[in-house]
Design a protein around this ligand. Structure first.
Ligand SMILES: [Zn+2]
Length: 157
């Protein structure tokens, strides 16, 4: 999913969190913020793969076109979503935590549905990415050509 789509979804998620917590502004803020900022883990993947910051256009091109050879995306994990809902369900989470959970869950569902034409169905499980060594060649439905090119060049070398 694109950043603009996540920004637009932040509003209804914030409203949902506000309603779910009987009017907590902290919950509304955390839902909206977390539903966008969870994508910061793309920056970490980009820096790990690219070794340097190449500017925003290069960053978005690498991410949107699926050109990162390794996909760690530690925050994009259904394991995290389950953990957060356990905190909410057991009453441990404060109102802002409920908002955080709603924001993260909304983002993950949008990514899971919206990116199903790009990545394998189990992609958003951290264990699944780890089991595939976070390798883009294994995780994308159709690995982009540069990945194949790198793999082929490595095979020839
Ligand atoms: Zn995302």
């Amino acid at each position: 999913m694109k950043l603009a789509q996540h920004c637009m979804s932040a509003v209804p998620l914030a409203v949902a969190a506000y309603a779910a917590t009987s009017g907590s502004l902290a919950a509304a803020f955390m839902a909206g913020a977390s539903s966008v900022l969870i994508d910061c883990d793309h920056v970490l993947d980009y820096l790990l793969c690219n070794k340097r910051w190449g500017g925003l256009p290069h960053f978005f091109a690498m991410c949107d076109e699926g050109r990162l050879p390794r996909l760690y995306l530690l925050l994009h994990s259904f394991e995290l979503v389950i953990f957060l809902w356990l905190l909410v369900g057991t009453g441990v989470a404060a109102a802002w935590g409920v908002g955080l959970t709603i924001g993260v869950t909304g983002h993950m569902l949008m990514d899971w549905v919206g990116n199903r034409h790009l990545v394998k169905q189990s992609f958003y499980w951290l264990w699944y990415r780890a089991a595939n060594r976070f390798d883009g060649n294994e995780l994308y439905l159709t690995p982009p050509d540069p990945l194949h090119a790198v793999a082929n060049e490595a095979g020839r070398a």
